[in-house]
Design a protein around this ligand. Structure first.
Ligand SMILES: Cc1cc2nc3c(=O)[nH]c(=O)nc-3n(C[C@H](O)[C@H](O)[C@H](O)COP(=O)(O)OP(=O)(O)OC[C@H]3O[C@@H](n4cnc5c(N)ncnc54)[C@H](O)[C@@H]3O)c2cc1C
Length: 482
């Protein structure tokens, strides 16, 4: 085999194969390798990280895709499952802004500051606010509470749609949840942020993924990029239950294929892709397949990347600026093709302190539905991309009047871009809705040796959720392999 081939020299057998190098896949692979197992990590893209990735453009521009903010819990997870060095590079974003027709506030996005805002600015009695936070702290996944977030908000802040907006809009960006989702999906993520605020990795996603890759290599993980897992191979085991026997992999450069034998697979591909595409038809029972097919995937995103010309600076307009022109918040308006809701992530030079020249960038994130972009003709698709670029500039001009003159690179990504790079169904930004968690966790009972880790069930999504889920799945796998 050609030495340039991504499959060149690859051993034919591993204890475990990990399909996909998103944060869950990389964390799971690292955990398994540290537990003493031989691990192969397959990634179809030429770059690792999945949605936690970056890209470079001429003019010295580096853009982060999903480094906008995660909860303080990442520090503990990174220290425990990655390295102290990675954990020590996590720093707080202290200037979160909300600007819409109902309110204009700046916050550090933690419990003390939110309590101040809710009592002083929204005039909610302090007792109500305290009761709300205490209720969230007591929420438990195992309570099987069927209440929705809408019902939760109505109970504590009846008729206060402005308060509902303040509480939900940032979380809708952080995990794609809506007012009609189970309240637990809101409560866990909101409480995670409220414990200490919003954080990012100082150094940028490129440095983070490099450090994680170094650690994986140090722990003996065999990493193969440009390698697409085409099928998870099974054989019939005791009691007629299918058992994993390997993975068929195709390199995306030369199109050659290989079969790798293994005792267990951790799939970091979307849970529906895993069951419906990576397994041969007929592998799982018909009722489990039907339940999987009924799982709703989460919504997707558009982004506009603006690179600021070398030598230019930006004023301090906030780290994360949630803007919207909608008179009232609605989960439908948030994902409408013509939504006016845009979040600007402003990357000041401290995002990458290692760079020799200070650089700035702005990334606009817009929640979107895959179906609205999929149906566009090529001409309409390009026109819509131009429209979201124009609207992002127009929105930003209110805070940085000469933003167009400062920008020397701009481009847009859509839900189709997301699907192309990570292959997830409908280009989902945050995996599946709540019901996907059941499918993901029951998978090893349907196919022995097959585990899933990655954005699922809203709770297990986002950087912290996926890293933690990678550990949970890999821990079960390591026990089974022992
Ligand atoms: C625009 C945007 C902004 C976001 N902002 C934030 C944020 O601010 N904070 C936050 O916490 N979260 C954010 N998220 C969500 C967060 O990025 C994801 O929840 C998380 O990175 C997902 O990790 P994952 O491991 O589940 O999967 P993914 O990142 O989707 O990784 C899956 C990997 O598997 C690979 N793969 C799939 N199929 C195969 C196959 N057959 N063979 C080989 N490889 C395969 C893919 O290429 C990919 O690398 C954002 C997401 C988006 C899209």
């Amino acid at each position: 085999m050609n030495t340039q081939n991504p499959l060149h020299g690859l051993a034919g057998r591993f204890d475990a194969v990990v399909i996909g190098s998103g944060l869950a896949g990389m964390t799971g692979a690292n955990y398994l390798a540290k537990a003493g197992h031989s691990v192969l990590l397959l990634e179809h893209h030429y770059q690792l990280g999945g949605l936690a990735t970056f890209f470079k453009r001429p003019g010295g521009h580096i853009f982060d895709i999903s480094l906008h903010g995660f909860p303080h819990g990442m520090i503990k997870s990174c220290r425990k499952y990655w390295t102290k060095d990675i954990a020590d590079s996590i720093r707080q974003l202290k200037d979160i802004r909300f600007i819409n027709p109902e309110f204009n506030i700046r916050t550090t996005f933690d419990r003390a500051d939110f309590t101040r805002i809710l009592t002083d600015e929204f005039r909610v009695p302090a007792e109500r606010v305290r009761a709300f936070f205490e209720h969230l702290a007591r929420m438990n996944y195992y309570d099987r509470d069927t209440r929705t977030t809408r019902e939760l908000f109505e109970e504590f802040f009846p008729g206060r749609t402005d308060v509902h907006r303040l509480l939900l809009e940032p979380i809708a960006y952080a995990n794609g949840s809506t007012l009609d989702e189970p309240a637990i999906t809101y409560g866990i993520v909101f409480s995670n942020f409220m414990s200490r605020g919003v954080y990012i990795f100082s150094g940028g996603t490129d440095l983070l993924i490099r450090k994680m890759t170094d650690e994986l290599k140090k722990n003996g993980v065999e990493i193969r990029r440009c390698c697409l897992a085409e099928k998870i191979l099974t054989e019939t085991g005791p009691g007629g239950v299918p058992v994993v026997r390997g993975v068929r992999v195709r390199d995306t450069r030369f199109g050659e294929t290989a079969e790798i034998a293994c005792r267990a697979v951790l799939s970091n591909a979307n849970v529906r892709n895993t069951v419906e595409e990576l397994l041969e038809p007929g592998t799982v029972p018909a009722d489990f397949l039907a339940e999987t097919e009924a799982v709703r995937v989460n919504t997707s995103s558009c982004q506009v990347y603006m690179g600021i010309r070398e030598g230019e600076t930006l004023p301090r307009i906030g780290d994360l600026v949630f803007t919207s022109d909608a008179p009232k918040f609605s989960s439908e308006e948030l994902v409408d093709l013509h939504t006016t809701s845009r979040t600007y992530s402003v990357y000041y030079p401290e995002t990458r302190p290692q760079r020799t020249t200070p650089r700035y960038a702005i990334v606009t994130s817009i929640n979107q539905k895959f179906s609205n972009w999929e149906k566009l003709s090529p001409e309409a698709y390009e026109a819509e991309k131009r429209r979201i670029i124009e609207e992002s500039f127009a929105g930003l001009e209110k805070y940085v009047p000469n933003i167009r003159a400062k920008t020397d690179w701009v481009e847009a990504a859509t839900p189709l871009t997301v699907r192309r790079y990570v292959r997830s169904r409908d280009g989902t930004s945050f995996g599946t809705k709540f019901e996907g968690l059941k499918i993901s966790s029951e998978l090893p009972e349907k196919v022995r040796g097959l585990y899933h880790a990655g954005s699922v069930g809203i709770i297990m999504s986002g950087w912290l959720g996926t890293i933690n889920y990678g550990v949970i799945a890999a821990n079960k796998m390591a026990l089974a392999l022992a």
